[in-house]
Design a protein around this ligand. Structure first.
Ligand SMILES: Nc1ncnc2c1ncn2[C@@H]1O[C@H](COP(=O)(O)OP(=O)(O)OP(=O)(O)O)[C@@H](O)[C@H]1O
Length: 332
């Protein structure tokens, strides 16, 4: 649905040149939620703006819905953009227009009749839960409500693709969760293809099926979120699970420390009680976390096994056979 091939972007000229993107290629399948994760300055906004040609790449190809955007005339491009909605970190609402007039704006530009606009706006405001705010002005709304208006406006022309430029970065954690929930719901209900950029891992965990990690204008990793999290050496996993500080501390006498990597299947099984019952070992949870990613859970835990040496050895073998450890003790 969205395909970037060998996209490069250089800003400025001569010795003032900044290369914001180097040879970026990615493919977002229809109906997929694809996140681009990166720090400030990594080139995320530039990449997103290249996907609808708000920024023209210096090189490479941009295809959306099979159309080569770079080959379109200005008029054709305007038409193609109606199929590509966009939402912004700072909402970009018209302060002097009411909520309903903000949502109506793209439909007015398209030249729809007034009655059709009125009906569509009512439908959109109901979709984002803002029917009672139709006559309010942006200044009278909370950040979350403003973003809901931004989402309704982006969806007004019935786009098949939605681009999200740090849509929740200006919101508090609770509002972020509610806006992410709305986006997920709309994406599923409308079958949208969603390309989003973010510096928030939480957004990737809550929404994305696939992710690319952007560093210094280069995609250094991309793939299915679940698969990357299952790979011990992936950047995504390192971002999700920072280093364990207790790893280097010596264990109790006779104890053995192990780092466990939990997949969804592990997280759903009664792991600790199985160890205790079957091998007669005690299990201390020292550090780590189990995180929810989409509908699944993944985790990394540092545990210490205590008990008779034979029992601890058997428990370790069991954990290794279950794919929970690489077989290597963190310590002990
Ligand atoms: N219009 C421009 N002119 C010159 N340089 C630019 C322009 N836009 C972006 N850049 C540069 O390109 C690089 C990538 O910027 P970009 O805004 O895409 O990063 P980002 O990952 O979105 O960062 P942030 O999250 O801080 O917005 C930066 O070095 C930035 O200074």
């Amino acid at each position: 649905m969205i395909e970037l091939r060998g996209v490069g972007k250089v800003f400025g000229q001569g010795d003032r040149q900044v290369t914001a993107l180097h040879d970026v290629s990615l493919h977002v399948a229809p109906g997929e939620v694809f996140g681009v994760l990166g720090r400030s300055g990594a080139g995320k906004s530039t990449l997103l703006r290249c996907a609808n040609l708000l920024e023209r790449p210096t090189r490479g190809e941009v295809r959306v819905g099979g159309q080569d955007l770079l080959s379109l005339s200005p008029r054709e491009l305007r038409q193609a953009r109606q199929g590509i909605g966009m939402i912004f970190q700072h909402f970009n609402l018209f302060a002097s227009r009411t909520v309903e007039d903000n949502v109506a704006y793209p439909l007015e530009v398209m030249g729809l009749p007034r009655e059709a606009i009125r009906a569509r706006v009512a439908e959109l405001l109901s979709l984002v839960g803002l029917t009672d705010k139709a006559r309010a002005y942006p200044a009278q709304l909370s950040g979350g409500q403003k973003q809901r208006v931004g989402i309704a406006r982006a969806l007004a022309p019935r786009p098949r693709v939605l681009l999200s430029d740090e849509a929740t970065s200006a919101l508090d954690p609770e509002t972020t969760r509610s806006v992410l929930g709305l986006l997920k719901d709309l994406q599923q209900r409308l079958g949208l293809t969603l390309l989003l950029i973010t510096h928030q891992l939480e957004v990737v965990k809550a929404l994305c099926g696939s992710v690319a990690v952007l560093e210094g204008g280069r995609l250094v990793e991309q793939g299915r979120v679940q698969e990357l999290l299952a790979r011990p050496e992936s950047r995504l996993r390192a971002l999700c699970f920072p280093p364990l500080s207790a790893r280097e501390e010596p264990p109790d006498a006779g104890g053995q420390r192990l780092e466990l990597s939990l997949t969804d299947a592990h997280a759903r099984s009664p792991l600790i009680s199985t160890l205790a019952r079957r091998f007669d070992v005690d299990v201390l949870l020292l550090e780590g976390a189990v995180e929810r990613v989409g509908e699944s859970r993944v985790g990394r835990l540092l545990v210490e096994l205590r008990g008779a040496p034979g029992a601890v050895a058997e428990a370790r073998t069991f954990l290794r056979d279950q794919g929970l450890t690489s077989g290597e003790a963190a310590h002990g």
